[in-house]
Design a protein around this ligand. Structure first.
Ligand code: PNW
Length: 497
């Protein structure tokens, strides 16, 4: 089904809700209204006060046109020194929650607990304390792409030694901030970090190991996440009472030809190689999806590999990974049409193993700042329902969703707000019609920021940042004003606007 599913309302709901209009509905009480950021993308102060280098410092300083105009996060939004300005934005929106990440190498310059940078601890204490003083609940990501360079030098996510290093770092953070932080994300988007960082080499650390690097990195990320969850569970949960999860990004996949069995299967494989890769082991049985194991094994064999390129978990590891998330943290941006594609060439890669090709529907609008971001709000509803049905009806937070504008981005972003409004309508349908346990929604991002390889050319912020001005002023887009209105009403309100 490739059309707007809202037209099939009657199939999905009792007749009593046929006339139900999401514009009139309120969000559930205590719904978490948030915005999200990540350390490297906003903080700047890349070597301030004893911070150690991360793989993103190295990657951007190497130049080589891998990032738009060789831009860096050296200064970014300056949030390391301008935190009070960010807080003003958060208060202006009336957010109930703010998601941000800790820079591992700001806290532990070489990635290990051998040396703790007190200035880094002070900075995050200031952020957390002022959020709490203003009634804003922090959601803290331990690791959002910026691995300490020293750990990368020892093999990074491809080395099993990272599991212990991550666990020690996580324990340090739980011990240091856990009396105040109750919502934790261990790792942000392992899929993106593994595939773009260790297979395609498009993101830091820029490793190009097609067909093996991403599987190995992801394998260790899953084990590291599970180790940190168990540490929280054993040592901190009783006294701190918080929740720990991992942020998984996923597209929604539609078969290119809905009547083709091959395309239907390919769409399922797209989900398996994207969301289920991580969610099946963590939420279900401790192991990779069966279809992933069989595909990669078969293709590896055809390529003459001695064994499957997908690493295996031991029975003990499976037991340790299974059930290690206290809620489902979903980052959603886009939907893809998927066509079956026979494996054609011998070059191994994740996408070749998947034997599926993605096609963008030309009728879908594309966010002006990101060529990959086709705007498909109804895909989010279907994805939420899929998660409910596949992963035993978990509590879900949408920890990222957003639309970019290209620079120069107009402050009057009426079109972009329309995308947000349509998305919020789909969320209401997911909550009230599909009965998904959705507890919160975080817009990516609070501020325009360093959008990885796109640098400052792609603007996801609710607040515009003028990167040309040394004061780095933040100015609300129209979307910020509209979002504040939605938050204060806890609903969309048809009549206003
Ligand atoms: C997420 N893709 O990354 C990240 O969590 C954010 O740091 C980032 O700024 C945001 O989405 C917007 O890009 C992604 O190529 C990076 O499909 C790339 C993709 C998706 C998400």
């Amino acid at each position: 089904m490739a059309s707007d599913p809202s037209v099939t309302f009657t199939n999905l709901s009792s007749p009593a809700v046929c006339n139900w209009n999401p514009e009139d509905a309120s969000f559930p009480e205590e719904f978490a209204w948030g915005a999200a950021t990540a350390a490297y993308q906003i903080e700047g102060g890349w070597d301030a006060d004893g911070k150690g280098p991360s793989i993103w410092d190295t990657f951007t300083h190497q130049g080589g046109d891998r990032v738009f105009k060789n831009q860096t996060g050296d200064v970014a939004c300056g949030s390391y020194t301008l935190w009070e300005e960010d807080l003003k934005c958060i208060k202006q929106l009336g957010l109930t929650h703010y998601r941000f990440s800790l820079s591992w190498s700001r806290l532990l310059p070489d990635g290990t607990t051998g040396f703790i940078n007190q200035k880094g601890v002070d900075y995050y204490n200031k952020v957390i304390d002022s959020l709490l003083a203003n009634g804003v609940t922090p959601m803290v990501t331990l690791h959002h792409f910026d691995l300490p360079q020293n750990l990368e030098d020892q093999g990074g996510w491809r080395s099993e030694t990272i599991v212990k290093a991550f666990d020690s770092y996580a324990q340090f953070c739980f011990r240091t901030f856990g009396s105040k932080v109750k919502l934790w994300i261990t790792i942000n988007e392992p899929y993106v970090a593994a595939e773009l960082g260790y297979e395609k080499g498009l993101m830091a650390p820029g490793v190009t190991e097609p067909g093996t690097g991403a599987y190995l990195a992801a394998h260790n990320m899953i084990k590291a996440h599970a180790a940190a969850w168990h540490s929280y569970d054993k040592i901190f949960r009783k006294t701190q009472g918080g929740l720990v999860s991992i942020a998984l990004n996923s597209d929604w996949a539609e078969p290119f030809n809905p009547n083709s069995l091959a395309d239907q299967e390919a769409a399922k494989r797209h989900m398996a190689f994207c969301l289920d890769w991580f969610a099946t082991p963590i939420f279900l049985d401790g192991d990779y999806p069966a279809i992933m194991k069989s595909k990669i094994s078969a293709v590896s064999k055809r390529q003459g590999c001695p064994s499957s390129r997908l690493p295996e978990f031991t029975e003990k590891e499976k037991m340790m990974i299974k059930g290690t998330a206290d809620f489902f943290s979903l980052n959603y941006y886009t939907t893809r049409k998927i066509r079956h594609q026979e494996h054609m060439h011998n070059q191994p890669s994740v996408s070749a193993d998947k034997e599926a090709e993605q096609v963008t529907d030309p009728s879908w609008p594309v966010a002006t700042g990101s060529s990959w971001l086709a705007v498909v709000p109804w895909g989010l509803r279907l994805l939420l329902k899929y998660i409910k049905d596949t992963y035993n009806h978990p509590i879900i937070y949408i920890t990222e969703n957003g639309f970019s504008q290209s620079d120069p981005a107009p402050l009057d972003d009426t079109q972009r707000w329309e995308y947000f409004r349509l998305t919020l309508q789909e969320i209401l349908k997911a909550i009230y019609i599909d009965r998904v346990m959705l507890k919160g929604y975080f817009i990516w991002s609070l501020l325009d920021n360093f959008e990885w390889t796109c640098g400052y050319s792609s603007r996801f912020g609710l607040f515009h940042v003028d990167f040309e001005s040394s004061a780095l002023p933040r100015i609300p887009y129209k979307s910020a004003i509209e979002y504040a209105r939605v938050i204060s009403n806890n609903g969309l309100m048809k009549s206003c606007g």
